[in-house]
Design a protein around this ligand. Structure first.
Ligand code: NAD
Length: 439
């Protein structure tokens, strides 16, 4: 007999801990472009993982909400993000979304940015790890296992900037030179100006999340990545405030003759090292010796560059998941865009969205279902079930031309099985039941 499952919203307690019912309502934004390909596959595969883990005793109750090019919106709105959608995302706390289009040079501003701002989702969280079998441009992709916490609300992304020659720029330059004593700029008449606000509160709430994650996930270190040698008060402030927070809130302490701070994980009893690194050096070290890094906390622009650079090291955006998290409220998302060039062709890689769903399941405490899901993804990838983007990437990495003979997986000995979006979903469900599948 089928049990009637009634969805209930997740609640956030005053201490930001979630209260998750057995049948939580999960708002889902299908997304534009390939969203229509990958989102239904994600739902089907996640439902299967939850069923495999809990039978009928738990389930996600999907709550489709509108946003993006396909959303019905009244003419008074400047972009297709209905108020009702934002209200549901707030009320039901944990949601997942496909990619949303941002038209270039016309139309609405980024809906992704609008959602982050409206819900104050201040931490962009991107785990970067390698899946066995996936061919990448680096020799030891398996050494990459990092989680990037990127500040999402400050820095130059606040959009406070003026173009060259504008009245505002002229006034600002006058103010800088006459009131603040800044030396005249080299080319004042052709200078554009942008402002970079970075606050202690904004930095510390992000860094606190990163450190708490390191505690919960039993990670070894948190690296504060910044450019404080040049931008002393903004990027340098981020680093200094990070250390102050680690000391005051987590009891981290110095060690004679060593850089950084240490404290003992209150849950596992193992040590966590808080360290910092200048961003350019970090990008070099992350390529040369990635195994030394674990959790990364960084500002908005650095985080943008770093997460894409690291994603390239492990196989590209098709398999890179992400989440935007605030104090409880969270929106999980595929990190790639709408891929209009392949939309509607059943060829998009659904793994970015599937892995974002895995993060969602862990976030709400459905760990066993998350384990099924990641086992399935790992098994499908390792056994050569690849979508066209992965095949292309492998051929490029091996220096071959597209359309040449199929790549075989030297790493695993399995032969390539080209699949589309739905085929990848089927393969993931198949390998969920193969515990210990490669990797
Ligand atoms: P894109 O990520 O859509 O595409 C870049 C390349 O990656 C394309 O060749 C595409 O085919 C490929 N690709 C992307 N996702 C793939 C997948 N799942 N499987 C296989 N290949 C995939 O980036 P773009 O072309 O710069 O942006 C297109 C639109 O998406 C724009 O409107 C942009 O604003 C929007 N966008 C949205 C998000 C988001 O919603 N989080 C993120 C980035 C871009």
């Amino acid at each position: 007999m089928k049990i009637q499952k009634t969805g209930q919203p997740i609640r956030v307690r005053a201490d930001h801990v979630l209260e998750v019912p057995p049948y939580p309502l999960i708002p889902v934004i299908e997304g534009d472009g390939v969203g229509a390909d990958i989102t239904p596959v994600m739902r089907k595969v996640v439902d299967d993982a939850v069923f495999k883990a809990y039978g009928e005793t738990r389930a996600l109750i999907w709550h489709p909400v509108e946003a993006g090019g396909g959303a019905r919106c009244n003419s008074s709105q400047t972009h297709p993000l209905p108020e009702e959608t934002l209200e549901i995302l707030k009320q039901e706390v944990v949601a997942i979304k496909g990619p949303l289009e941002t038209p270039v040079g016309r139309g609405w501003r980024s809906l992704n940015v609008a959602i982050r701002q409206a819900l104050d989702l201040y931490a962009c969280v991107r785990p970067i790890r390698h899946f066995p079998g996936v061919v990448t441009p680096v020799r030891h992709p398996e050494d990459v296992d990092m989680v990037v916490f990127r500040e999402n609300t400050e820095d130059i992304y606040t959009g406070i900037e003026w173009p060259m020659g504008s009245d505002e720029t002229v006034r600002l330059l006058r103010f800088l030179t006459s009131d603040l004593g800044v030396a005249p700029l080299r080319f004042p008449l052709t200078t554009a100006i942008g402002i970079k606000p970075v606050s202690r509160e904004g930095s510390q709430r992000l860094i606190a999340k990163a450190i708490q994650y390191a505690i919960d996930a039993d990670r070894r270190s948190v690296t504060l990545v910044h450019k404080g040698n040049i931008m002393k008060y903004t990027e340098g402030g981020f680093c200094q405030w990070g250390y102050e927070l680690a000391e005051a809130s987590f009891g981290a302490r110095k060690r004679e003759g060593k850089r950084g701070l240490w404290f003992v994980n209150p849950v596992t009893g193992r040590e966590i090292h808080i360290q910092d690194m200048i961003a350019d050096n970090f990008l070099q070290q992350a390529l040369l010796q990635p195994a030394q890094f674990d959790v990364i906390a960084t500002l908005n622009l650095n985080g943008d560059y770093i997460s894409d650079a690291l994603a390239a090291q492990v196989g590209g955006i098709g398999i890179a998941p992400g989440a935007n998290i605030g104090d409880g409220t969270a929106v999980f998302e595929a990190t790639h865009g709408t891929a209009p060039d392949i939309a509607g062709q059943d060829s998009a890689n659904p793994c970015s969205m599937l892995l974002s769903a895995e993060m969602l399941l862990r976030y709400i405490g459905f760990r066993e279902a998350a384990d099924f899901l990641v086992t399935g993804i790992r098994g499908a990838l390792a056994h050569g079930f690849w979508t066209p983007d992965l095949i292309r990437a492998a051929q490029n990495a091996k220096g071959g031309d597209q359309g040449e003979q199929p790549v075989t997986l030297a790493e695993t000995g399995f032969t390539l099985h080209p699949v589309g979006t739905r085929g990848m979903g089927e393969a993931v469900m198949l390998y969920m039941d193969v515990p210990g599948a490669l990797g």
